[in-house]
Design a protein around this ligand. Sequence first.
Ligand code: BTN
Length: 324
Amino acid sequence: MTKYRVLTILKKNNDYVSGETISRELGLSRAAINLAIKALKQEGYDIMSSTKKGYLLINDPDLINEGELTYLLGEERIKQITLLQEVDSTNSYLKLKANEANEGQVVIANKQTKGRGRLGRSFISPENEGLYLSYLLKPNSMINEVSSITAWAAIAVNNAIEKVYGIRPGIKWVNDLVLNKKKICGILSEMAIESENSHIQYVIIGIGININQIQFEPSIANIASSLFLETNKRIKRSLLASKLIEELDILTRKWPNDKEEYYQKYVLDNITVGKEIKVIRGDETFEAFASKIDDSFGLVIQYEEKEETVRSGEISVRGIYDYV
Ligand code: BTN
């Protein structure tokens, strides 16, 4: 869209840019540039116009759009990113495109009306407050190999958060990110398998991060928080989105060979080991002690003199949101 091409130019320059320079760079008429500036102002961008000097971007709203992401990630990367104003679920949307799309395809929505969480739960996704992103992987792997991709994704999110906020949230096994005992991010990985040989067709990693929310629905107010509430830093969601996409691109290149790097970080970031936990398995719930993360990212637990490794499913941890 023309207005976002103009925005990218304004963002690259910390000074006035003349209308003539913009129209030359984009091969568009001065009238088209004027219209684009008007549209950007309507969207909330604060742009000074001077007849002599041209245009200066003074302030930008917290929007995730083509202009912001092109500025942050470049013209090439943006081609594989679909931005939606509203969708039921970015995971469901990407699933419909997954067979034709290439690895690295990203879908981001400003709002989800039916954001999905693990175990059939919903993920509340209010407009312009969080990041709701799905990423497509096509790993050359078998089904038993990819279960740890979800744990790798938690590390990718933590790497991105560290770059922007300078902190690493804790990871509650397997991949909830926690700050001050409250959940700030959830990850839902979904995959398709070739029926004849258990080979992976694709994996969709769906990530929901609470970024700038200041309040939550009563049903989750005790267990959820946002990066803003816990750090007091209000950052632009597009910045975190760009860092996360970069980290997921790195994950894609490193999978599965650089396991040691992701495993070491996972062990350091995890806040489950050493704690009393509840294991929820179908209708059954039992208490156990979380003793370590095994080298396939499984959680080793001890209970009733037994030791076993949990590879999937749900646990709650004493002292952290839902198990206080
Ligand atoms: C969980 O906490 O159980 C996982 C939540 C995952 C939410 C993200 S938001 C983007 C993507 N689209 C969805 O519908 N879900 C994931």
